[in-house]
Design a protein around this ligand. Structure first.
Ligand SMILES: [Zn+2]
Ligand SMILES: [Zn+2]
Length: 502
C-alpha cells in the first residue's frame, strides 16, 4: 500500500479498509456514517516510534513518515483510529481541525485521490489540506510513560516579590486545574515566573505547552527554557521545525501548531493572548481548546489584556494575578504627548515637524538609540530618507521586510542610532537604553494596547531603567489617553504594593 494515495475506504463488518482502486463500494471518510475502531489488543507489539510521534496529536496521513500498511495494522489492533477531517451536516461542512463551519471557508476541487469534486477547508490550508477524503490519524494506545523526575529545574535566579506572588498563584492554578490570567507589565520578567509552575507540573507527570503567536518567540524561548530544564528535551514547534515527530512533556509551540494536537496537555500556557493572530482568529481559540486535555490548567499571559479578558476576570470566570512593577523595581516611563501639527502635509514638502526633528537631533548628537514608530508602511521610506539627511545611522523596517532580522541585529549592535518602524516591533524586541517616539500617535492602528506595548520598550534593563517616551500627534486620541492611564494605574498599584524603590 502506498502512502498519500489510498484515501477511500470500504467498510466490512463495520471495519474500515483503505482501497487502492476506486470502486463503487469505496467512499471518502466524510461520506461514511458508521464504523468502529477495534478494541485494544494488549498483546500486539505496537510501534514505539508511532506512539512517540502520534500521541496527543491529530495528524494527516501525509504528515506522518510511516507507511499506511503500518498505520492500518495499528488500527486493526485498536491503537489508532481514523477520524473524519470534515463532517457534513445538512450541506454545511465543519472542519474538525480548526473548527471553521462558515460556508465561506469551504471550496471544492476535482480530487485525484477520491476522483470526485472534493470539498476542503481554506481556513487552515497552511497546515496542509484537509478535505472530504482526508482521514485524521489519532493515537488510541497508551501514551508513553514520562517518568516524573524530582527537581528537574536548574534555574538559580531570584524572583522579585511580585514575581514570587505570581509564581505561587501559578503553582496553585496548575495543582487545581484552574484558569489563570497573569497580567504582567512589559519587563516584569514573565518567563521566570513560569519556571516553578512548570517544575511542579513536570514533577507530577503533567505535560506542559507554552504557546505563543510568533515563531520568533518560539525560537527565542527554546534555549532559555532548555537551560532551566536541562534534563528535559524541550521541543520547539513551528512550521518546518525538525522537532515535530518527537515527543516531550515540555513543548514550546506557535498557536497555529496547536491545531495538530488533540487532548495533549495538562498545562497550556498562552503567551501574549492579546496579540495578533491569536486575538483575531477564532480557529486559534479552537486549537487551544482542542489541544488541552478535558481537565487542564490554562494560563494566559499578557501585559495588555483586551476587554473580553478583563470581563472574564470581573465575572470571576478567570482568576487574575497582576504584576504591576518591573523586576528592577523602577517605575515604567509614562508617555508624554507633543502636538506636532499636520505631519502628513509636512511630509509632502519633505520636512519633518520641527519638534520631531529637534527630538531626533538631540538623540543623534548624544548617540542615544531610539525607535520611531509610524502608522503605516508607506511612511517608512520617506521618513527614513528625511532622517538620513541628519545621520547615516538610520534604517527603516516593517513586517514584510526580508532584511528585518539583519536590521534589528544592526540596531542591537549599535551600528544604527535610529530605527523607523511600524507596530511590528511593538513587542518582543528588547534593547537596553533606548528612547521611543510615535509619529501620528492619533492614528487608529495605535490602539491602547499597541501604545502600552510601545511604551514598554523603554527602561527595560536594570542598568538603564528610564528613558523618554513621546507620542507626537495631530490631535489626542482616546487610545493615547487610555494608554497613559493604563501605565499610570500600574505604576500607582506598584507603589501601593511596595514594589518600587524610591
Ligand atoms: Zn478527495
Ligand atoms: Zn480547517
Amino acid at each position: 500500500m502506498e502512502r498519500n494515495e489510498d484515501m477511500l475506504f470500504t467498510v466490512k463488518q463495520e471495519l474500515l479498509n483503505p482501497v487502492q482502486v476506486p470502486s463503487p463500494a469505496a467512499f471518502p471518510l466524510s461520506k461514511i456514517d458508521t464504523w468502529r475502531t477495534p478494541p485494544l489488543n494488549p498483546s500486539y507489539p505496537y510501534s514505539l516510534d508511532l506512539q512517540r510521534s502520534l500521541s496527543g496529536k491529530q495528524l494527516l496521513l501525509t504528515q506522518t513518515p510511516y507507511p499506511l500498511s503500518l498505520i492500518h495494522e495499528h488500527y486493526l489492533n485498536g491503537y489508532i483510529s481514523y477520524q473524519k477531517a470534515l463532517t457534513q451536516k445538512e450541506n454545511r461542512y465543519k472542519c474538525n481541525r480548526c473548527g471553521s463551519d462558515s460556508p465561506f471557508y469551504f471550496a471544492s476541487f476535482p480530487c485525484s485521490r477520491c476522483h470526485q469534486e472534493c470539498y476542503y477547508c481554506r481556513a487552515c490550508i497552511v497546515m496542509g489540506k484537509v478535505s472530504e477524503c482526508t482521514p485524521f490519524i489519532n493515537w488510541e494506545g497508551p501514551t508513553s510513560n514520562v517518568l516524573p523526575k524530582s527537581s528537574v529545574m536548574n534555574w538559580k535566579g531570584m524572583l522579585s516579590k511580585a514575581q514570587e506572588r505570581a509564581s505561587n498563584e501559578l503553582i496553585q492554578a496548575i495543582k487545581k486545574y484552574e484558569e489563570l490570567l497573569i497580567w504582567a507589565v512589559c519587563g516584569a520578567g514573565k518567563t521566570e515566573i513560569l519556571f516553578k509552575g512548570i517544575e511542579a507540573a513536570l514533577n507530577s507527570g503533567k505535560k506542559v505547552c507554552i504557546a505563543t503567536p510568533r515563531t520568533d518567540v518560539v525560537i527565542e524561548l527554546k534555549p532559555r527554557i532548555q537551560s532551566a530544564f536541562p534534563d528535559m528535551s524541550v521541543l520547539a514547534m513551528y512550521g518546518g521545525s525538525e522537532d515535530r515527530f518527537h515527543e516531550s512533556s515540555l513543548i514550546i509551540s506557535t498557536t497555529h501548531q496547536l491545531l495538530h494536537y488533540y487532548q495533549a496537555f495538562d498545562v497550556l500556557i498562552i503567551d501574549e493572548v492579546d496579540a495578533f493572530p491569536y486575538s483575531t482568529e477564532p480557529m486559534l481559540h479552537y486549537a487551544v481548546a482542542k489541544a488541552a486535555k478535558h481537565a487542564a490548567s490554562k494560563i494566559y499571559l499578557t501585559a495588555t489584556p483586551n476587554e473580553s479578558l478583563k470581563k472574564d476576570v470581573e465575572q470571576g470566570k478567570k482568576q487574575v494575578v497582576k504584576i504591576p512593577a518591573r523586576y528592577h523595581r523602577m517605575l515604567i516611563p509614562v508617555p508624554r504627548f507633543e502636538w506636532c501639527g499636520n505631519w502628513k502635509k509636512k511630509m509632502k514638502t519633505d520636512t519633518l515637524p520641527a519638534n520631531v526633528e529637534k527630538w531626533l537631533k538631540k538623540r543623534i548628537n548624544e548617540g542615544k538609540q531610539c525607535f520611531i514608530f509610524v502608522p503605516q508602511i508607506k511612511w517608512i521610506a520617506p521618513i527614513t530618507d528625511m532622517i538620513r539627511k541628519l545621520t547615516e545611522k538610520v534604517d527603516g523596517v516593517h513586517a514584510e521586510d526580508s532584511q528585518r532580522k539583519e536590521k534589528v541585529m544592526k540596531f542591537r549592535e549599535g551600528q544604527l542610532v535610529i530605527l523607523v518602524t511600524t507596530t511590528i516591533l511593538e513587542r518582543g524586541v528588547t534593547v537596553p537604553n533606548i528612547d521611543v517616539a510615535v509619529l501620528g500617535a492619533e492614528e487608529t492602528i495605535f490602539t491602547e494596547s499597541a501604545l502600552v506595548q510601545i511604551s514598554g520598550r523603554v527602561g527595560r534593563s536594570a542598568q538603564f531603567p528610564t528613558g523618554d517616551v513621546v507620542f507626537f500627534h495631530y490631535g489626542q486620541s482616546l487610545s493615547m489617553r487610555k494608554a497613559k492611564e493604563h501605565i499610570e494605574y500600574m505604576n500607582a498599584l506598584a507603589y501601593k504594593e511596595g514594589l518600587i524603590d524610591r
